[in-house]
Every structure is written in structure tokens, then in C-alpha cells.
Design a protein around this ligand. Structure first.
Ligand code: SF4
Length: 86
């Protein structure tokens, strides 16, 4: 399996689109730890759910030029309603 750094495009979608209960983050709401460059401010201390995430075909499926578009595609694929804006 390829490692995260070799395949992750740092598109930010997985830090915005899904709900992450550990972080009290609803679906469609930007994680408070995501910076303006779409990097995690607490990368070394990020929770296990984030550590365990691996890029997969979903990353290709939601690919789009803008974060808002990617998040919209993600939510649409799973029929999830956004709780907020990007
Ligand atoms: S803690 Fe970091 S890796 Fe986890 S969702 Fe937030 S920004 Fe992304």
C-alpha cells in the first residue's frame, strides 16, 4: 500500500467534508486545525482517526480545482447534507 505522503495531494477535502466526532466537526465544516495552505496545524498530534486515514480512489472521485467543489462532490457521493460552509 502506498504511504500517505506519496499519494496524498493535500487537497483538504478529508479535513472538511466528513463529520469527525473526535474533533466535534460536523460534515461540510472546515476543521479548525486546517490552515490556509490546507495543511494540518497539529499534524504531529492529530487524532487517531486522522492518522488512520489513507488516500484511496475516493480522492480521485472528488478531484476538482476548488476545495468547495471537492467537498460538494464528496457530500453528494454520500448523500450527506453540509452543516456549514467551507
Ligand atoms: S486534525 Fe488535522 S488531519 Fe485531522 S481533520 Fe483536522 S486538519 Fe485534518
Amino acid at each position: 500500500m502506498p504511504d500517505r505522503e506519496s499519494t496524498c495531494r493535500h487537497c483538504g477535502t478529508c479535513c472538511v467534508a466528513p463529520d469527525i466526532s473526535t474533533l466535534n466537526k460536523p460534515a461540510g465544516v472546515r476543521c479548525l486545525h486546517l490552515d490556509g495552505e490546507l495543511r494540518c496545524r497539529i499534524y504531529e498530534e492529530r487524532p487517531g482517526v486522522c492518522r488512520g486515514y489513507r488516500p484511496d480512489e475516493l480522492c480521485q472521485m472528488v478531484a476538482a480545482p476548488e476545495l468547495e467543489q471537492r467537498v460538494g462532490r464528496y457530500l453528494g457521493l454520500f448523500g450527506i447534507e453540509s452543516a456549514g460552509g467551507v
